[in-house]
Design a protein around this ligand. Structure first.
Ligand code: LMR
Length: 396
C-alpha cells in the first residue's frame, strides 16, 4: 500500500537546523530558525526557569492529566500578561484561556475552531507571513487569502495592507502579528493599529492575533498595544500566545489559545467547543511548561528575575540590529540596510534574494531562510564582521 507514497521535502525552516549541524566549516553562522542565541551562540535555559524546575522536583504532586483547558492558574497568568491585570475583558469574565502545545498548537486550535464553528469564512494572512501559518490553516481545511505587507522596496506596505483589509468580506478572520512580525520584523505603530481597528470594526472582521513574541520587541506591555487596543474596542477576538520565546521554553511546547466573547455566556459556549477541539487533537496539553510558568509567575522573586532575563534578551537583539547596520558602513551598505535597526523581534527581512541567500550558505556557511529572513540573535561580536563582509560580497 505504501508504494505510491511520495517523498516530500521537509519543512524549510526546521531543515536548516540539520544542514547547519552537518556543515563542518568552523566559521559557520546560524541565522536560520527562530530561537534566541546568546553571545556564544547558545540558547540557554533561563535562570528563572532553572530555579522553578528545581522547586517543581520537590513540590510536584502528580503527573495525572491536567484537563483539556490545561492548568487554570497558568491560563489566568497568561490572560493577565496578554491583556494587563486590570483589563475590562478580564473583569467582565469575557476571556477564555486554553493551554496549548506551543504557539503552533494554539494556532491549530484556532484553525479547527474557525473551520468547525465559523464555516464559510476565509482566513487572511499577511504576505509574507510565517510559512507554517499556511501549513496549519491549510491542514484544517480553511480557505486562505492574503493581504500585502511588504512593498517592492522591502518596506512595510501599510497603505496596501489597509486597502486590502477594507475589501475583506464581513465575518472573515484576519490574522495580525501582535509584534515582532515573523518573518519581516516590521511592526505597526500605534496610529497604524488604530487604523486597523477602524477597518476591523467597519468591516465586521474577526481578528486572530498571533502573539508569539511578547517582550521581544519593546517590552511586555509595549508589545501588547495592538492586542489591548482591539480588546478595548471589540466584542470578539482570538489570540494565540506562546511561551517558547519569552520564557525560552521552546521544547516544552507551552502556549495558549484565547477567545474573547461579548459576554460570559458566549465565552463559556466557545470554551465548551474548545475543550472538544483539544480533546480530539491531543486530549490534554503537556504540563511541565505550564508548571514552570505558573511557578515563576506565582513568585515575585522569580517574576523579577524572568523580567530581567527577558530585558537582557531583548536589549541584546536590539543592540545587534544597530551593530549590524554599523558593521555595513565600511562596505557602503548602511543606508541600504538602515531599516534593520528599526525592525523588531528576532527576525529581519533583509531583502536578500534567494540566490544571494544560497551564495551566503555555499560560499560562507551563513544560514538564513530562503526568503531572506535572518535571525538577528544569531549574530555576535565574533561573527558580525564576517557576516557583514559576506553580505557586501553577495550584494556586489
Ligand atoms: C521560526 O519561525 O523560525 C520559529 O517560529 C520556529 C518555527 O517553528 O518555525
Amino acid at each position: 500500500m505504501f508504494q505510491s507514497i511520495e517523498r516530500v521535502p521537509g519543512d524549510a525552516i526546521l531543515g536548516l537546523i540539520q544542514q547547519f549541524k552537518d556543515d563542518p566549516n568552523p566559521n559557520k553562522v546560524d541565522l536560520g530558525v527562530g530561537v534566541y542565541r546568546d553571545e556564544h551562540g547558545n540558547t540557554p535555559i533561563l535562570r528563572a526557569v532553572k530555579q522553578a524546575e528545581k522547586q517543581l522536583i520537590d513540590t510536584e504532586q502528580t503527573k495525572a492529566y491536567i484537563g483539556s483547558h490545561g492548568d487554570p492558574q497558568y491560563g489566568d497568568y497568561i490572560l493577565k500578561t496578554v491583556f494587563g491585570a486590570d483589563h475590562k475583558v478580564l473583569a467582565a469574565d469575557r476571556a477564555s484561556a486554553t493551554q496549548s502545545p506551543g504557539g503552533t498548537g494554539a494556532l491549530r486550535l484556532a484553525a479547527d475552531f474557525i473551520a468547525s464553528q465559523l464555516p464559510g469564512h476565509s482566513i487572511w494572512l499577511s504576505d509574507p507571513t510565517w510559512p507554517n501559518h499556511l501549513g496549519v490553516f491549510g491542514a484544517a481545511g480553511l480557505d486562505i487569502q492574503r493581504y500585502p505587507y511588504v512593498d517592492a522596496h522591502n518596506q512595510l506596505d501599510f497603505d496596501g495592507m489597509l486597502a486590502a483589509l477594507k475589501k475583506i468580506p464581513e465575518g472573515d478572520v484576519v490574522l495580525l502579528h501582535a509584534c515582532c512580525h515573523n518573518p519581516t520584523g516590521f511592526d505597526l505603530n500605534h496610529d497604524q493599529w488604530q487604523q486597523v481597528l477602524a477597518v476591523v470594526q467597519e468591516r465586521g472582521l474577526l481578528p486572530l492575533v498571533d502573539f508569539a513574541y511578547q517582550g521581544f520587541g519593546d517590552g511586555l506591555d509595549e508589545d501588547a498595544y495592538g492586542v489591548r487596543l482591539l480588546a478595548d474596542n471589540l466584542d470578539e477576538m482570538l489570540v494565540t500566545q506562546s511561551c517558547s520565546k519569552n520564557f525560552g521554553l521552546y521544547r516544552e511546547r507551552i502556549g495558549c489559545f484565547i477567545a474573547v466573547a461579548a459576554d460570559t455566556e458566549q465565552k463559556d459556549n466557545v470554551r465548551s467547543q474548545l475543550a472538544i477541539t483539544a480533546r480530539e487533537n491531543y486530549s490534554n496539553p503537556p504540563a511541565h511548561g505550564s508548571a514552570i510558568v505558573s511557578t515563576i509567575m506565582s513568585s515575585a522573586e522569580l517574576t523579577a528575575l524572568w523580567h530581567q532575563e527577558l530585558d537582557e534578551m531583548r536589549n541584546r537583539i536590539n543592540g545587534l540590529r544597530r551593530k549590524f547596520v554599523d558593521g555595513l558602513k565600511p562596505h557602503g551598505l548602511d543606508q541600504q540596510f538602515a531599516y534593520v535597526a528599526e525592525q523588531r523581534g528576532m527576525f529581519s527581512y533583509t531583502g536578500l534574494t534567494k540566490a544571494q541567500v544560497e551564495k551566503l550558505r555555499e560560499d560562507y556557511s551563513i544560514y538564513m531562510v530562503a526568503s531572506g529572513r535572518a535571525n538577528v540573535a544569531g549574530l555576535n561580536d565574533d561573527n558580525i564582521d564576517y557576516v557583514c563582509k559576506a553580505i557586501a560580497d553577495v550584494v556586489g
